[in-house]
Write a protein that binds this ligand. Structure first.
Ligand code: ADP
Length: 491
């Protein structure tokens, strides 16, 4: 229900504007208290005026009640003094006065309508018990009240009060209503003036407050349109500073991505050009010697074939790398027996190792099955073991250890090879980075293997670490979750 309402509100453009919110908020804060105060003051004025009127009138009728007893009016209503007094009260308070005797009979009605009739109402009964009552009827604009007519007699030498009758009087509250009306009209005029004043202030401030945000938009647009690639700065508020900081970080990251893309393109061109240049040099030199011996031709053609093979390898590696860069969708996740996968990979690589007289040892601590992309995982193992063979010494060894806990499995590939300097640890995962370019080239490296490996590990939400002692050997440790962690759609 709430969500639907929010959705509906969001569809109205004005309700998505911060300016509108500030405007509405300030207006509400400015105007609402005024309205509350007006209503509060008017209501308490009315309450007070009514209670004052009641106490005033009650006092007057108390005096008259004494007169009624003194003149024995309940028995004989002919007293001109009292009648005049009652008439005067009736006129003064613009209301009716009824004098009710002990048997609930109306002995006097200033309107002259109900004399002789009987009246039994809750208020009158209460009043006979000695209680004053009053009732304010706002809609019809009068107060109705009862005052007991009390006679004090001596009983057992003690004064005792006896209620002989009741005065039931009404008084008009028109004058209170008129004052209220005037006050209310004045307050309303004041409120309207205030509202206009506040409106002006609010319009001004909601504009001023929003300006830094507009400046951010302008600055970002300038960056987008290419007028500047400087960092932007809008330090007006902490919030704008945070937005701008985040944007500057994004900008810096984009610059890094752009630089690395440019560097990558330059590297690719260079790498692809190298075998081509060799092929051209070889072919040119053959062309310049029309009568070169057949062995030279064969030798040069052999070299040309090797260069083509190399070109092919680079292109294949590049294609693999590009595939790795495409995220999730490309992952073919299944439950895979990691022990068999490693055994198969090592079986394929053993002939190459044998050629270099390198021994491969496999140690499995436990059977491991994990949710992985088999092809990509096999690529990881192949690259690491191939490197361990390639950068090894003669009669060396490669040791592969598989282990797992309840969350991850780890594959450790260690070798007895040439090792790495610590400063190279981070760089070896970069595209085309090779510690010794000519050595890597000699043994058929492209500088893309570890970059592909790292991408494949990251696609599995795993990690890869390297540690090495120069001249003694290197250890690569890959750690991958046993269960594939899928992320939300917006990755
Ligand atoms: P390459 O195709 O040159 O082997 P990689 O990306 O696989 O490219 O490796 C990058 C560089 O890291 C290699 O050129 C090499 O210098 C270094 N390297 C990789 N594996 C090892 C290892 N096991 N021992 C020593 N150096 C290694």
């Amino acid at each position: 229900m709430f969500d639907q309402l929010r959705e509906l509100i969001r569809k109205i453009p004005i309700f998505r504007s911060l300016k509108a919110y500030i405007f509405i908020l300030m207006l509400v804060i400015g105007v609402v208290p005024g309205i509350i105060i007006r209503i509060g003051i008017l209501e308490s004025y009315e309450e007070r005026a009514v209670s004052l009127r009641i106490s005033d009138v009650t006092t007057q009728y108390r005096i008259i009640a004494d007169h009624l007893i003194n003149y024995n009016y309940l028995q004989d209503t002919s007293s001109d003094v009292i009648n005049a007094e009652l008439e005067q009260m009736s006129n003064l308070y613009d209301g009716r006065v009824l004098i009710i005797s002990g048997n609930f009979r109306i002995v006097k009605d200033t309107y002259g309508i109900s004399e002789g009739k009987t009246i039994i109402s809750e208020e009158v009964i209460k009043c006979f018990k000695g209680e004053n009552t009053s009732r304010y009827d706002r809609n019809n604009g009068y107060i109705e009240m009862t005052v007991p007519i009390v006679e004090t007699v001596e009983q057992d030498q003690k004064p005792v009060s006896i209620v002989r009758g009741v005065i039931l009087a009404s008084t008009s509250t028109d004058s209170i209503a008129a004052t209220l009306e005037i006050l209310s009209r004045r307050a309303l005029i004041l409120e309207i003036v205030m509202a206009f004043l506040i409106l002006g202030i609010v319009l001004f401030f909601s504009h001023i407050l929003i300006v830094p945000f507009e400046r951010i938009t302008k600055a970002i647009r300038e960056v987008k349109d290419g007028y500047t690639d400087q960092e932007i700065s809008v330090p007006d508020y902490l919030e704008t500073e945070q937005i701008v900081d985040a944007f500057n970080q994004l900008l810096a990251r984009m610059r890094v991505i752009n630089d690395s893309r440019q560097e990558f393109v330059a590297n690719v061109s260079h790498e692809l050009k190298t075998p081509m240049t060799s092929i051209k040099v070889l072919a040119d030199s053959l062309n310049q010697q029309p009568d070169a011996p057949a062995e030279l031709y064969r030798e040069f053609m052999q070299d040309i074939a090797e260069e083509i093979e190399r070109e092919n390898k680079i292109i294949n590696d590049l294609l693999t790398l590009v595939k790795m860069d495409k995220k999730e969708a490309e992952m073919d996740i299944r439950a895979v027996d990691i022990n068999s996968l490693l055994e198969m990979t090592l079986k394929r690589l053993r002939p190459i190792a044998r050629r270099q007289d390198v021994e491969i040892v496999f140690e499995s601590m436990r059977p491991v099955t994990a949710e992985v992309d088999e092809i990509k995982l096999s690529l990881i193992f192949t690259n690491l073991v191939e490197n361990a063979i390639k950068y090894n010494r003669e009669h060396g060894w490669v040791r592969v250890v598989l282990d797992a806990d309840h969350q991850f499995f780890t594959v450790e590939v260690s070798d007895s090879g040439i090792g790495l300097k610590e400063e190279d640890y981070d760089h070896i995962f970069e595209r085309f980075y090779r510690v010794d370019k000519s050595h890597s080239r000699q043994i058929g490296g492209t500088g893309l293997g570890l970059s592909i490996t790292r991408s494949a590990v990251l696609l599995h939400r795993g990690s890869i670490k390297v540690s090495s002692v120069e001249g003694e050997g290197t250890v690569f440790t890959v750690k991958i979750p046993l269960t594939y962690i899928r992320t939300g759609g917006n990755v």
